[in-house]
Write a protein that binds this ligand. Structure first.
Ligand SMILES: Cc1cc2nc3c(=O)[nH]c(=O)nc-3n(C[C@H](O)[C@H](O)[C@H](O)COP(=O)(O)O)c2cc1C
Length: 241
């Protein structure tokens, strides 16, 4: 009888472990949680590592706007679910997760574009504000500066598609730094529009940079399973992993 109970227990454990791991990717969640001061929705993430100390010549820059920090999917609104992925119990923005996979597999430094004034987490308010910023050609202020920008010659730049364009804070970013002689590699996440015309826009904004036109784009519906595709793309770019 004891043997039978032990057998049933171990079968139950095996089943529950398999269920836990079934919706996770191979990349573990960031190990050094950082509390946001500037963005109320910001979840755990790798620290910004842009003090130049690493000596890396590659930088991953991204903007991402997860609309909740609560990992309980059953209590999420559809909009919150659309703007997040859950990796090892952590809530990440879609673009944030892609940035994280790129950074992990290139040894690059990482910089998150955070707004000086946090965006609203209410979806409708956010959508309206983004439209208004676009209409007004706004340049929302960025909270932190990239130290030693000169040391980077390759810069991955990631953003969500907002109203068929980059969020306006990306325009602030491209206004702020001199990309002459550098290579920009775009990546984005979206709800159906892909990059829209943003790669050409970046080329217009940075005429003295080389823009890699075959950037990585993924629908928000597929971000959670995107790691193999990101790795294949990085391989094409010459990053072995
Ligand atoms: C203000 C706003 C505008 C958006 N506009 C578009 C759009 O025009 N086309 C599109 O495909 N997706 C659009 N989306 C969906 C986002 O691109 C998509 O959810 C993205 O993966 C969010 O990335 P994030 O979690 O990194 O912020 C929009 C989302 C927001 C919040």
């Amino acid at each position: 009888m004891k043997k039978l109970t032990a057998l049933i227990m171990s079968l139950l454990m095996a089943v529950s472990l398999a269920a836990c791991s079934s919706n996770k990717t191979n990349t573990p969640a960031p190990s050094e949680p950082e509390t946001s001061e500037s963005q109320s929705t910001q979840s755990s993430e790798p620290k910004n590592e842009t003090d130049g100390g690493s000596g890396s010549n590659t930088l991953v820059v991204y903007f991402s706007m997860p609309e909740t920090t609560n990992p309980d999917e059953s209590s999420m609104t559809e909009e919150e679910r659309n703007s997040t992925v859950i990796i090892d119990g952590e809530v990440l923005g879609n673009t944030q997760y892609v940035a994280y996979v790129i950074q992990k597999n290139t040894g690059a430094d990482l910089f998150r574009i955070k707004p000086e004034v946090p965006y609203p987490t209410d979806h409708d308010t956010l959508v309206d504000q983004a439209a208004e910023e676009q209409d007004n050609g706004a340049r929302p202020a960025i909270k932190d500066k990239i130290e030693n920008f000169d040391q980077y010659d390759t810069i991955f730049v990631g953003y969500p598609n907002w109203w068929g364009d980059m969020p306006m804070i990306l325009y602030t970013f491209f206004d702020t730094y001199d990309f002459s002689g550098k290579t920009i590699i775009p990546f984005n996440t979206h709800g159906g529009s892909g990059f829209s015309n943003t790669i050409n826009t970046i080329a217009e904004l940075e005429p003295n940079a080389t823009i890699y036109k075959d950037g990585f784009t993924v629908s928000r519906n597929n971000v959670q399973e995107a790691e193999p595709d990101i790795l294949a793309w990085l391989n094409e770019l010459g990053y072995s992993n």
